[in-house]
Ligand binder design. Structure first.
Ligand code: GLN
Length: 495
């Protein structure tokens, strides 16, 4: 590879590279942080009007951060992310930079504080490219629920990028940033990563601080990386993982160096294949690609074992009781007084009602109503409490399987990227697109999605690898072994 800023047209554009590749070039002073940022901004100018990944592009902040990165590089004080342009999902608070959750109700909200994950990024010298689009308050699977715009899938602009972190996944796939952060409550990192042909990792609940993540369903929400490859996911996790006194649910569990697990062989690794995830009527190309991926891991010495997660059938119902209940409580704070949008009203109560009626979109309202119903007196036992009990059963399914296997492999999604509008009028259809990712959140365990094939129509297919609690290392090890023995991760969309 020959890259120098003196070349008018480098063979490889800097925005096409990974964190690991750029780290080398930046540390060797072969390129500057400003060179990298210029290529990113050039790319945003070229494709963003078609992709629509960003709610806000932070050009000025990015330039200032790149200048600081160059000073740090010159002084040999570079951190792990110095000079690396990263995008942040717009439900993660950035001090002084608008954070909207893609909702009208927060369209003008500028947080007075910084999330812990972005504070850590800043300590390591990152460059913020902007805030990415999402389904309003992270509720959705297609990014069509954004109050501002529908993000498009870079592989096929007629298709959705998945959601709710669709902006982050599309920005990574389209080389409009080097990597990004998403949040995952029921699949929102892994599902868009799968649909956009990139890598997405949902860490164990409690692994990464949620301080500054706008709450959707607090017992399920977790922040994680969306990257071009497995190495970058490990590098990002190295920065964001670990205990944070500002988040009482963040776990004081030691954090290994995730990068040190890359390249470890998978010989003897036991891989559970849950029969409930390979069902009749499944999308044929997905079934075929995921089964080939498992055979590939087997050829590397891993041992596939058929397992059962018997309560899988209840996961979607359980999730939509618990997630909506928590959402109805979390979203009570948006009343026109403390944050964002305020409607006119004839008195205080009328102002509350008008603000919420005008400020929230239809899916958010649906969730608030479902959750309020599930929590209400007389129904609580039948819905919320029952949901909690089934959640325990789902978690116990995983505990039991992990007595016998090291990781579990499944498809990430039941179908590849669908067309914009295709499921928008059918909430149940949309909810079912998370059927393979939701149990992982209910159980609290970590999981990664990585590319494992393409459909005949050139849409990416994702392989999900699930691990034991706090064992992100083993899923990264398995994912890396698979990635390096195949070439799926090298394909990029032609935009
Ligand atoms: N698609 C799921 C939902 O709509 C998951 C969203 C998420 O993980 N934030 O709730």
């Amino acid at each position: 590879m020959h890259i120098t800023s003196a070349f008018p047209e480098p063979i490889v554009k800097l925005n096409e590279l990974s964190i690991a590749e750029l780290r080398r070039l930046l540390d060797n002073r072969e390129v500057s942080a400003q060179d990298v940022l210029n290529d990113i901004m050039g790319r945003i100018d070229a494709v963003e009007d078609r992709v629509g990944a960003y709610v806000t592009v932070t050009r000025d902040a990015a330039r200032a951060m790149a200048e600081r990165a160059d000073s740090a590089l010159a002084a040999r004080r570079a951190g792990l992310l110095t000079g690396i342009p990263l995008a942040i999902k717009d439900n993660i608070c950035t001090m002084g930079i608008r954070t909207t959750c893609s909702s009208k109700i927060l369209y003008n909200f500028v947080p007075p504080y910084e999330s812990s994950v972005t504070s850590r990024f800043a300590e390591h010298g990152y460059v913020l490219t902007g805030k990415t689009n999402l389904d309003e308050f992270a509720m959705g699977s297609s990014t069509e629920n954004s109050a501002f715009q529908t993000t498009r899938n870079p592989w096929n602009l007629e298709c959705v990028p998945g959601g709710s972190s669709g902006g982050s996944a599309a920005a990574v796939a389209a080389n409009e940033c080097i990597a990004a952060l998403g949040s995952d409550t029921g699949g929102s990192i892994r599902q868009p990563a799968a649909l956009c042909g990139v890598v997405g990792l949902k860490p164990t609940y409690g692994r990464v601080s949620r301080y500054g993540l706008v709450a959707f369903a607090s017992s399920l929400d977790q922040i994680g990386p969306i990257t071009k490859n497995v190495t970058d996911a490990a590098l990002m996790l190295n920065v964001i993982a670990g205990h944070d006194p500002l988040d009482s649910t963040s776990a004081p569990v030691e954090v290994p160096d995730y990068a040190s697990f890359l390249g470890k062989e998978v010989r003897g690794l036991r891989i559970g294949i849950p029969k409930e995830y390979f069902i009749d009527g499944m999308h044929q190309e997905i079934d075929h690609s995921v089964r080939s991926a498992i055979r590939q891991l087997e050829s590397l010495g891993a041992v596939p074992v058929e397992v059962s997660l018997p309560h899988t059938a209840y996961a979607v119902a359980t999730y939509y009781i618990l997630a909506t209940s928590e959402a109805s409580s979390n979203l009570a704070r948006y009343d026109g007084v403390k944050y964002g949008f305020r409607a006119k009203g004839k008195d205080l109560v009328d102002m509350y009602m008008q603000t919420r009626a005008e400020g929230f979109g239809p899916e958010v309202k649906r969730r608030i109503m479902l959750g309020t119903y599930a929590l209400s007196a007389g129904y609580y036992d039948a819905y919320y409490k029952k949901g909690q009990q089934v959640r325990t059963l789902i978690k116990q399914d995983f505990d039991k399987v992990f007595e016998d296997v090291d990781v579990i492999a499944t498809p990430t999604t039941p179908s590849p990227a669908f067309r914009v509008g295709e499921k928008a009028t059918d909430p149940l259809e949309m909810y079912l697109s998370d059927i393979f990712t939701i149990s992982v959140n209910l159980a609290g365990v970590p999981a990664i999605s990585l590319p494992c094939g393409f459909t005949g129509g050139n849409l990416p297919i994702g392989l999900q690898i699930i691990g034991r609690s706090f064992d992100e290392a083993t899923i990264l090890q398995a994912a890396y072994a698979f990635e390096q023995s195949t070439s799926w991760h090298t394909r990029r969309p032609l935009l």
